[in-house]
Write a protein that binds this ligand. Sequence first.
Ligand SMILES: NC(=O)c1ccc[n+]([C@@H]2O[C@H](COP(=O)([O-])OP(=O)(O)OC[C@H]3O[C@@H](n4cnc5c(N)ncnc54)[C@H](OP(=O)(O)O)[C@@H]3O)[C@@H](O)[C@H]2O)c1
Length: 259
Amino acid sequence: MKLGFIGTGAISDAVIRGLLTSDYAADEIIVSRRGERFSTKLAADFDKVRIEEDNQAIIDQADMIFLAVRPQIAKDVLLNLSVLSDKKLVSLIATIPIEDMKAWLKTDARFDRAIPLPAVEHHSCVTAVYPGSPDVMALFEKLGGAVAANTIDAFDGYATGSALMATYFTLLESSAQWMVAHGSDYAGARRYLAALFSGLAENTNKSPDQSFAALVDGHSTAGGLNEQVAKTFEREQGCAAIHTALDEVFARVKAASSS
Ligand SMILES: NC(=O)c1ccc[n+]([C@@H]2O[C@H](COP(=O)([O-])OP(=O)(O)OC[C@H]3O[C@@H](n4cnc5c(N)ncnc54)[C@H](OP(=O)(O)O)[C@@H]3O)[C@@H](O)[C@H]2O)c1
């Protein structure tokens, strides 16, 4: 399988490094010269990476082509290109609908969208794929896992979920600041909370068949401190705040997709 990448930026770099340090069977990976900082380093680090100057040449030579330019310039870049129907396309470009990209590329080739995150480089994040063609799912399985979204709403829901990262750190920072206000030093509070949450993440990964609700039960004792914090969080509208934030991000993703 020959892979092509149009737009060799941060996320293409992470995907390519992840693939070439996994047992994924890539014969060759052809990358656009732009961005040069990433493409030059990739070609220096891996024999299987070759740089092409011309985006159409990448399409013509690759079996599966990844589109990874920024959404703002996607139309200008893709309008100059065309894709034969026997190729496979995977867009990593946020928000742009498949139908628009097909029109710009003058193609009816098979098309998936995916949302890899930078941790794919270390095979440690699950990638949402729409609609989830088997070979694209298999590729992202090598990078930590893949989930297929059956509808565009489900896919946009995964994109929305990926916006929770800063809130995770907000929870940690705000808890650390509370501990500092009660006498801890920041380094101690940081170390303690980081280990606590990393242990919880490990427990979650070790029990894939347990729902999060079951994990809430497993980490609370009736009348205990964990149950108390969870109940206060609910009473003070913590869950409602998260749902409102996700609703707002989802609406923004939808608006960007239709503009
Ligand atoms: N970063 C993430 O975590 C992430 C996750 C999921 C999806 N995405 C999506 O992936 C896409 C790329 O994101 P990114 O973070 O990798 O952005 P990025 O680092 O800015 O990479 C985009 C690359 O596209 C190159 N480019 C610009 N014009 C080009 C052209 N005409 N032909 C070929 N390449 C061209 C740029 O090169 P120059 O430097 O020469 O301009 C740049 O290196 C975006 O649509 C984003 O929504 C990103």
